[in-house]
Design a protein around this ligand. Structure first.
Ligand code: DX5
Ligand code: ZN
Length: 219
């Protein structure tokens, strides 16, 4: 059974409170917080996502799954830690060298938060196999990071399959998360590739009945 992490990226401000209540009723497993700094990716969503985290902390106890698409990682880890996220995921491509990356993962864990590593579609899984033992989550981007509503890139499903086979073979205690362009039409292929958590934004937010969609996604 996969867990669903609903991305709030495409939610407009005047809809956010209602959407949070609807998603809580719909039993999303996580709220996926897409933080963009306008440097690592073109868009800048950090102000909005901080505001949304304020609302979330007053409304719900459903865990936060924070996805940092930023260059100054430490700055944004420190901005979001006060919201006690369950997970903070940082991008492999945001680091010049592995030691910096390992230090940041340690910093996140020392702050009582699960640490995740995200890889873009063109980053091969071979780049991160040696750090799987020190992260809780691997987030495989199934679209180019930077905006919602894109189409899933099919070849990324092979990456997920390769990664999840490796994890099973090595018996590594870690979760695989897929993020981008996932909806009811393609989620079964994503599940077959071998994921534990699925991020969906447009596929859920634009639905008439997000409760129905989330129930069917989990099936
Ligand atoms: C893209 C984000 C994804 C995206 C998911 O950079 O990391 O989380 O917002 O939204 P959809 O499901 O619409 O692709
Ligand atoms: Zn994301």
């Amino acid at each position: 059974m996969v867990e669903i992490s609903t991305s709030l990226l495409s939610v407009k401000k005047d809809n956010i409170i209602k959407t949070i209540y609807n998603l809580e009723t719909a039993k999303t497993d996580y709220f996926h917080i897409d933080v963009m700094d306008g440097i690592f990716v073109e868009n800048n969503t950090s102000e909005d996502m901080l505001e949304y985290c304020d609302y979330l902390s007053n409304i719900t106890n459903i865990p936060l799954d924070v996805h940092l698409m930023v260059s100054d990682v430490r700055k944004y880890v420190d901005l979001f830690l006060p919201y006690n996220p369950n997970i903070i995921t940082i991008h492999y491509e945001a680091f010049k060298d592995k030691y910096e990356l390992l230090d940041m993962l340690d910093y996140i864990k020392l702050n009582n938060c699960k640490a995740g590593i995200a890889i873009k579609p063109n980053t091969d899984i071979s780049e991160i196999l040696d750090i799987l033992e020190v992260v809780h989550i691997v987030l495989v981007m199934t679209v180019e990071p930077g905006k919602g509503g894109q189409k899933l890139i099919d070849r990324t499903l092979n990456k997920i399959k390769e990664l999840s086979d490796y994890i099973k073979e090595k018996k590594i205690d870690i979760e695989v998360e897929a993020d981008g362009g996932i909806n009811l039409d393609n989620i079964s292929e994503v599940k077959e590739a071998g994921v534990d958590i699925v991020v969906s934004g447009t596929g859920i937010i634009q639905a008439e009945d997000c409760k129905e969609v989330i129930r069917n996604m989990k099936r």
